[in-house]
Design a protein around this ligand. Structure first.
Ligand code: GNR
Ligand code: NI
Length: 169
């Protein structure tokens, strides 16, 4: 089932999510719905808070479904390494219509549980590293807008406030 994607300003997006205790049938259903919702959007990643669930679950597929082995399900992900630096344009399904250049490490290694509850380690470079960080930020209640500083951030926040007041957000 495709679930609606919440937007900037919805409180759950701005709060840290809770670790998953066990992959129950409800959690498995949520993961399935998140995969479906990500591909339908389409997006290269989706975090549970974006569909209103404050749990530490995210899905990523930088191939957007073109590569059958491209799907990565992360439950309780954590960084074990972060290095390098990249500066690229970034967007978010919860901040539609906006993008900005965000500075991030160019290589990360994460550990997480997969959909069956098995631990794995995965390295990501370039776009995959960016996607991992973007999704783990969501689990910490942070959106890409929060990584921006000064006038770049203020401009986007002001435009969103204006759209919200006009009932167009
Ligand atoms: O689809 C998405 N594209 C994207 C592009 C650059 C950096 C990060 C992303 S993630 C985003 C989907 C999304 O909002 N995931 O939370
Ligand atoms: Ni996002």
């Amino acid at each position: 089932m495709i679930r609606p994607i919440l937007k900037y300003g919805d409180q759950i997006l701005h709060e840290p999510a809770t670790a998953v205790g066990a992959i129950t049938p409800d959690v498995d259903q949520l993961i399935g719905d998140m995969i479906e919702t990500m591909y339908a959007a389409p997006g290269i990643g989706l975090a549970a808070p974006q569909v209103g669930m404050g749990l530490r679950i995210a899905v990523v597929d930088v191939s957007i479904g073109r590569d059958p082995s491209g799907l990565i399900v992360m439950v309780n992900p954590e960084f074990v390494e972060r290095d390098g630096m990249q500066l690229e344009e970034e967007g978010c399904l919860s901040v539609p219509g906006f993008n900005a250049t965000v500075v991030r490490p160019s290589r990360v290694v994460i550990t997480a549980l997969d959909r069956s509850g098995t631990a794995f380690v995965r390295e990501g470079t370039d776009l995959l590293a960016r996607a991992f960080q973007h999704e783990i930020d969501h689990l910490d209640g942070k959106l890409f807008v929060d990584q921006l500083r000064g006038i770049k951030r203020d401009l986007i926040v002001r435009k969103i406030r204006k759209l919200t007041r006009a009932g167009k957000w």
